[in-house]
Design a protein around this ligand. Structure first.
Ligand code: FE2
Ligand code: FE2
Length: 247
């Protein structure tokens, strides 16, 4: 079932059971955009049936025009073909850093692909979307996106967290005390194994610059629920975790 996050932003998607009872989310976000929905990432191929059912229930008669891909790993692109089968006119907006002929499925036609360039913005179905390079990524061409109308920063793999199954449906402001630092640490340690070779102060400074340059009120990570409550607390915990993991 789609979860309303803020404004016209909704979250769908499932999660995967990991080791020792820790789960990892694989979310998809949708901006309803006055009847011209924009989809952010396509979800995992492991979750095609529920993702498509939730998308169709959320959109009803509305036809989405664009799917924005943060990067081309399967958990983010796994339902591209199901989405394209359902809405054949859909266009995929991808990072200019990817090699589309290598990283996108062979059946994607060049005319169905357009590029987002970091540091620029474009209007899609009347909505201005800003593209920025991803600060934390596990694939070179990854980009983040920002929607000023809802203040949402789509952060791909960054700001994910692992959680016990019972926490699956709850956003940060529905938990007792936000997202625990331990959940953020478990995820980032596993997802970005290079972090321990990185300079924590440099990573934190880069993140601070991203947040000081735009008015962010929602963080939308793929591998966690949308963060919309106490962003200051979450960012402080994230900073502490990064400094702890990095050298
Ligand atoms: Fe990734
Ligand atoms: Fe991912």
């Amino acid at each position: 079932m789609a979860i309303h996050v803020s404004g016209d932003l909704y979250q769908i998607g499932e999660s995967i059971d990991g080791t020792d009872g820790w789960c990892e989310a694989v979310r998809v976000y949708v901006l309803l955009n006055d009847g011209h929905p924009l989809i952010f990432d396509a979800g995992s191929h492991l979750h095609t049936a529920p993702v498509m059912a939730d998308l169709k229930a959320l959109l009803g008669e509305m036809k989405p025009a664009f799917v924005f891909l943060t990067h081309t790993e399967l958990p983010h692109t796994g339902n591209m073909s199901a989405i394209a089968r359902e809405w054949p006119d859909i266009e995929f907006v991808v990072s200019s850093g990817i090699l589309p002929h290598v990283e996108l499925p062979w059946w994607v036609k060049p005319e169905s692909v357009s590029f987002g360039y970091p540091g620029t913005d474009e209007v899609y179905a009347g909505r201005r979307i800003t593209f920025l390079d991803a600060i934390l990524k596990d694939q070179p061409g990854t980009h983040w996106m920002y929607d000023a109308r809802t203040g949402t920063l789509f952060t791909a793999d960054a700001f994910g967290y692992l959680f016990p199954r019972s926490a699956d449906p709850y956003l940060d402001d529905q938990l007792d005390d936000g997202i625990p630092a331990d959940w953020l640490r478990r995820y980032h340690e596993a997802a970005f194994r290079f972090l321990k070779l990185s300079s924590g102060t440099k990573v934190v400074a880069d993140f601070d610059r991203v947040f000081s340059n735009r008015d962010v009120s929602v963080i939308a990570p793929t591998h966690g629920n949308a963060i919309r409550g106490n962003l200051g607390q979450c960012r402080q915990r994230f900073t502490d975790v990064i400094l702890e993991i990095c050298r």
